[in-house]
Design a protein around this ligand. Structure first.
Ligand SMILES: [Zn+2]
Ligand SMILES: [Zn+2]
Length: 115
């Protein structure tokens, strides 16, 4: 019998989500963060910010960005620090770390946080 205690990380990071909800009827992804902030991303916005290699290399050409009307087919966790988002236009390579998602939060309240 071991009394060893594992200390939970007490890091007060704002990039830990406590809730992730894809609201398909509204075409939005909602993330609630451990600091109480809630981010709401339109699917089209996430699609436009896809961090995968194919999209980020498409400078100027944006070959695979569709015209706004994009849905999310599936959202799944990648480890404990990222989401894999698959779109219904067949694109499924985007791995969005929570740090990245937080950095693109569209609410407009984060300008003061920029370094
Ligand atoms: Zn992509
Ligand atoms: Zn925000």
């Amino acid at each position: 019998m071991s009394d060893a205690q594992v200390q939970a990380p007490t890091e007060r990071s704002s990039t830990i989500p406590v809730g992730v909800l894809a609201e398909r009827s509204e075409e939005k992804l909602r993330i609630e963060w451990s600091d109480g902030h809630t981010s709401v991303y339109e699917f089209a916005y996430l699609r436009a910010h896809c961090p995968c290699q194919g999209c980020s290399e498409g400078e100027g050409q944006s070959p695979s960005v569709s015209d706004g009307d994009v849905g999310v087919a599936a959202v799944s966790m990648v480890g404990s620090s990222a989401l894999l988002i698959a779109y219904d236009d067949g694109h499924d390579g985007g791995i969005y770390t929570f740090q990245f998602l937080r950095s693109i939060c569209p609410c407009g309240d984060h300008e003061a946080e920029a370094t």
